[in-house]
Design a protein around this ligand. Structure first.
Ligand code: ADP
Length: 587
């Protein structure tokens, strides 16, 4: 809590001051209505001093009016602070999430993460409004009312206040239990929302494999568990109510009993006893709320703690002190003895050395799990190598700024991801300052212009979360257009394995040929034609480079892995490639 206040408190100081003023006004008017009770009883009814009636009635109307306006003021101010705070934490978290490394995301699930953040951020907002409302309004009201009680009757006050110590004890006990249940509840809920989101995203698979029943069962277990936690929270936190009620009943009964005994024996005027009892009854509400504060606060503190656990995760691979901008000339990429593992002991890349010639196409081939994607991830410095180095034009990529490195690289992934927004926006992510003209040229070069123009809204057409309305080939061409717009000297390409229909495939290939032209390209190759046409082929097996050379050189060694690979891929596909090559030549 100290951290939240330290990080945010200062900026809200004027608003807090104003809100506190309003809250104090609310408290003062509440105390006033108890205090005036004595005059009402003693002056009007006991002494029949009727000329005071207009003054007393006027004062009461004024007090309630002030109370109403002040209540409104504090509620609005506190809500605004709370909403602003939510917005600030949402921004902070989003910025932070984008700075975290890929390793964070390989262990976190997106749906769960989003659900956890939304639950926890509201928790922080509640915390500040809870503390302030309770402390300023309830505590001040309570002090005012206790002051009225003491002024009216010190001895009776002592009886009333006897319930304090047992109450404090009960609150402390409940708080400890609540802390654990709340954390469990946030976790279960985020699991639940995460599972729902994943189901929606994979709905086609769900239906295809008739997974509905299994998923329903799994989800229903989560739902039951979330329900159970929510009930437990209610049971634990509401346990305070019977305790406070019983203690309050004892206090009020004690006071009335003793006051009656004194009135009978000493014949006191009823005014001060009435004022006292009014104050006591009025004090009951704020006292009860104050007792709850800690309970509610404990829940919010769990939320805050979880938020800070996320914010405190250090983004990995900060730029080295004095890191320079990467300067790319020809754009040659060299791997020198690169070893890498993902945290565990298993070596994913083992002493990998090769050179991707400037301006040429280097195809990486190898069976699944050989380490091809890892290699491409390392060029972008998504992870740091364990030993060895990767150089671009002679500069170790560990010594240059990550932003300058990534600015010189265009990446086309196997799964083209389209973001919420229009087609134009999606191409522009390649380079934010690209003009509309450049975007359209890129789309033309990527063979995407025709289908974009065919759609009703053209470049302004919205694409859904997964670009639902576009075919696989169209999405790929859009992501190629994005890479063309980026106009970076280095291209990293993860060729799609998923089969496209022939025409679509030919158009995607054509687009890829365009984007590769004049760029140093490293391509994870799945298609024979890519491999055959590459300037160099790097063959990988279990994290090692086992062969490298041109297609012609590698095929010459029939015992080599590449030649075997090639035979496995089948003569047929080779024929198709040769056909295509012939056609291209004649064209
Ligand atoms: P390829 O692209 O050749 O199929 P990858 O580079 O994806 O191979 O994977 C190489 C090895 O690294 C595999 O054994 C895979 O299980 C492992 N691997 C890939 N990504 C991760 C990751 N994020 N965390 C841990 N291990 C990973």
């Amino acid at each position: 809590m100290r951290r939240i206040l330290a990080e945010n408190g200062r900026e809200y100081l004027p608003q807090y001051a104003l809100a506190t003023l309003c809250l104090v006004a609310v408290a003062a008017t509440t105390a006033f209505s108890a205090w005036i009770m004595r005059d009402i009883i003693d002056e009007i009814f006991y002494r029949e001093n009727y000329e005071l009636v207009p003054y007393i009635c006027g004062a009461i109307v004024a007090a309630f009016a002030i109370r109403g306006i002040a209540s409104y003021g504090q509620a609005v101010i506190l809500a605004r602070i709370g909403n602003n705070l939510v917005a600030r934490y949402q921004r902070r978290l989003f910025d932070h999430l984008m700075r975290l490394g890929l390793d964070f995301y390989s262990s976190a699930r997106s749906g769960q993460l989003a659900a956890q953040i939304s639950q926890n951020v509201t928790g922080i907002r509640d915390m500040l409004s809870i503390t302030l409302t309770s402390i300023a309004r309830d505590l001040v009201s309570l002090i005012g009312l206790v002051a009225v009680m003491v002024m009216q009757d010190p001895l009776l006050s002592v009886i009333g206040l006897l319930i304090g110590p047992p109450l404090v004890y009960a609150v402390n006990y409940l708080m400890r239990r609540l802390r654990r249940v709340t954390r469990e509840s946030v976790e279960v809920n985020s699991h639940l929302f995460g599972a729902m989101q994943e189901t929606v995203q994979g709905i086609a698979i769900v239906k295809a494999f008739t997974m509905e029943e299994q998923l329903s069962k799994k989800l229903s277990e989560l739902v039951a568990s979330a329900e159970n936690r929510a009930n437990k929270i209610a049971r634990v936190s509401e346990r305070l109510t019977p305790i406070t009620e019983m203690l309050a009943g004892l206090a009020i009964a004690g006071v009335i009993g003793y006051a009656a005994y004194r009135a009978a024996s000493a014949g006191q005027s009823p005014g001060s006893v009435f004022a006292f009892i009014t104050a006591l009854l009025l004090a009951y509400d704020p006292a009860r709320r104050l007792a709850r504060v800690q309970v509610n606060l404990e829940r919010s503190l769990v939320n805050a703690r979880m938020i800070y656990e996320l914010l405190d995760q250090e983004p990995p691979q900060r730029d080295a002190p004095g890191a320079k901008e990467l300067v790319v000339g020809a754009g040659g990429i060299v791997f020198r003895g690169v070893c890498f593992s993902y945290g565990s002991d298993k070596r994913v890349l083992d002493d990998v050395s090769f050179e991707a010639e400037p301006g040429g196409v280097t195809a990486i081939v190898g069976s699944s799990g050989a380490g091809k994607s890892t290699l491409v991830a390392l060029v972008q410095r998504f992870y740091d190598v364990d030993s060895g180095r990767i150089e671009i034009d002679g500069q170790d990529i560990a010594d240059v700024t990550k932003s300058s490195l990534r600015a010189r690289i265009a990446y086309v992934s196997q799964h083209p991801y389209l973001f919420e927004g229009t087609i134009r926006d999606n191409i522009r992510y390649g380079r934010p300052d690209a003009s509309d003209e450049e975007i359209e040229t890129a789309a033309r070069l990527a063979n995407a212009d025709d289908f974009i123009r065919e759609s009703a809204f053209g470049y302004e057409a919205l694409v859904g979360e997964n670009g639902i309305t576009l075919s696989g080939g169209q999405r790929q061409r859009l992501s190629i257009a994005r890479a063309i717009v980026r106009n970076a000297p280095i291209l990293l390409l993860d060729e799609a394995t998923s089969a496209l229909d022939n025409e679509s495939e030919a158009r995607v290939q054509d687009a890829l040929d365009t984007v590769m032209k004049g760029r140093t390209t490293i391509v994870i190759a799945h298609r024979l034609s890519t491999v055959v046409n590459a300037d160099k082929i790097v063959v990988m097996e279990e994290g090692r480079v086992v062969e490298q050379g041109t297609h012609r050189a590698l095929i010459a060694d029939p015992a080599g892995l590449y030649a075997r690979f090639h035979r496995l891929q089948g003569e047929r596909s080779l024929e198709i490639v040769d056909d295509q090559l012939l056609k291209e030549k004649s064209a």
